[in-house]
Design a protein around this ligand. Structure first.
Ligand code: FAD
Length: 467
């Protein structure tokens, strides 16, 4: 059989974008997707009688790649009404109610101070490693390298905030970072704000307000419908072999898996992919779209470049959970923050409905440790929710444990200190005939749908020049 021009591994937004761009340019493309659906870490699923986003939810017009796709396919966005109640913990850890304005007044000085140096350290959101004057000033380069060694917790600790304000600021950021803040690189926070031109209020809006009308599924389906090539669902890439590179790699024959195609007479100009269904397919190039945390589930021959192995072994910082809770009655529209180590650090009312049990509210929550929520029983969840906002009766809950999911092992990318400046450029480089498109190696909104699309466009453009 004729080899494909490009074999794309994964049908999340990075893979779908890569495949659409290359196939519409006339190249023969095959997409291999291990799940029985497209979308990857976006998944609009019907639960509790509603179309709920189990993964990504929010997009914004300051995210240029995803917004261009929404325009292209004629989609728009919608948002929930503004909250009328705010809850947070006082200095002793007791839930306290106030207005939205009171909460904003509490967090504003801290939020502004946390990212006060963003314009200096990250003047160009689209290139987080660019530092103004980098070409002619060694001092300037040092800014991002130095800042990247700090955790978000270190920055917050240095600000001398009052206990209540500190707790609230931490809870707000843990909602974004999806991990305890001592694991989180300050640079990850700065990236989000830099992408919003330095405006932290806009960053909050961009990352948690507008959802795609029709769901992320609608956008993924629209891109997928434009792919002129086969998408094989339920087929996992298990091994990627590059004979030409294997011959020149330092890996000794004994390091390579037995029966490696690298040792056979396979065409050195091609890359071979062995699949879970027994198929062996060949392409002139392969694009992997796997997240850093999951990529070593595929066996690479020769082995992956050092940056991928290193970051995969370290893991990225994010490790949390998103949970949908069905609660009795029509609750006022509220948001509630606890503290960063609470199993659910932020909870908000999102949708309302009525069934045989009467009125109900659907709440969405985020916590910094998936292990503290996945598999929990109702009594425990009720207690957790009581500590966020008293007066909620939990009826049911649902979630997808993305950290425990072998195919993702991640939620959204948040780096640990040092990872960004050490690895980003290397993660974007090609590896023989293999390319990497993933939100994890995007420049602008790394970790978001936007970053996935950016990475797909980048790799498709590079490959079009090669093919
Ligand atoms: C709970 C949660 C909330 C989020 N909220 C937001 C949000 O509000 N806004 C936002 O912009 N982003 C959000 N994100 C992040 C967003 O979902 C991701 O950044 C984006 O979807 C990643 O796209 P991707 O294509 O890079 O990776 P993925 O979507 O992970 O795609 C990789 C694909 O590869 C497949 N795969 C893995 N291994 C193999 C294999 N061996 N063979 C074949 N296929 C394989 C996977 O099944 C997957 O389909 C959220 C993520 C989560 C989990």
């Amino acid at each position: 059989m004729e080899p494909y021009d490009v074999i794309v591994i994964g049908a999340g937004f990075a893979g779908l974008t890569t495949a659409r761009e290359l196939s519409t340019a006339g190249h023969q493309v095959l997409v291999l997707e291990a799940r029985d659906r497209i979308g990857g870490r976006t998944w609009t699923d019907n639960r509790f009688g509603h179309e709920l986003e189990m993964g990504a939810n929010w997009v914004h017009w300051c995210q240029p790649h995803v917004w261009a796709e929404l325009s292209r396919y004629g989609f728009t966005v919608e948002s929930s009404d503004r909250a009328v109640e705010a809850w947070w913990h006082d200095a002793d850890g007791t839930p306290k109610q106030g207005t939205l304005q009171q909460f904003m007044d509490l967090i504003t000085p801290g939020q502004a101070a946390i990212v006060a140096d963003v314009a200096r350290v990250m003047p160009r959101g689209f290139n987080p490693l660019y530092t103004r004057g980098a070409s002619d000033s060694g001092d300037a380069i040092a800014d991002i390298l130095e800042i990247d060694q700090l955790s978000l917790q270190q920055r917050i600790d240095s600000l001398d905030l009052e206990p209540e304000a500190k707790r609230a600021n931490e809870a707000v950021w843990v909602g974004h970072a999806n991990a305890p803040l001592d694991r989180v690189a300050l640079s990850s926070a700065l990236r989000w704000v830099a992408a919003c031109g330095g405006h932290w209020e806009l960053m909050h809006e961009a990352s948690a307000t507008y959802r795609i009308k029709g769901g992320t599924r609608a956008l993924a389906s629209a891109i997928s419908a434009d792919i002129r090539g086969e998408i094989r669902l339920g087929v996992r890439a298990e091994r990627i072999i590059q004979p030409s590179l294997a011959r020149v790699s330092n890996a000794s024959a004994s390091d390579r898996p037995a029966g490696s195609v690298a040792d056979s007479c396979a065409d050195p100009q091609l890359v071979t992919v062995e699949c879970s269904d027994g198929a062996v397919v060949e392409g002139r190039y392969v694009v992997s779209t796997l997240p850093v945390n999951a990529i070593r589930e595929i066996s690479f021959d020769p082995p992956l470049p050092a940056a991928w192995v290193r970051q995969n072994q370290e893991r990225v910082a994010s490790q949390g959970v998103k949970v949908w809770i069905k609660a009795a009655g029509h609750l006022p529209r509220f948001f509630a923050y606890a503290h960063q180590y609470h199993p659910i650090s932020v909870l908000k009312a999102e949708f309302y409905g009525k069934d045989e049990t009467g009125d109900y509210s659907l709440l969405v929550g985020f916590g910094s440790d998936h292990g503290a929520i996945a598999g929990i029983d109702f009594m425990q969840l009720q207690e957790i929710v009581d500590q966020l906002r008293p007066g909620i009766k939990v009826l049911d809950y649902t979630l997808h444990d993305w950290m425990g999911d072998e195919l993702s092992q991640s939620t959204w990318l948040i780096n640990k200190p040092g990872q960004l400046s050490r690895d980003l450029e290397e993660l974007q480089q090609s590896f023989g005939l293999v390319r990497f498109a993933t939100t994890d190696n995007a420049n602008l909104w790394g970790g978001f749908i936007d970053g996935a699309i950016e990475s797909g466009l980048r790799e498709a453009t590079r490959l079009r020049k090669m093919l």
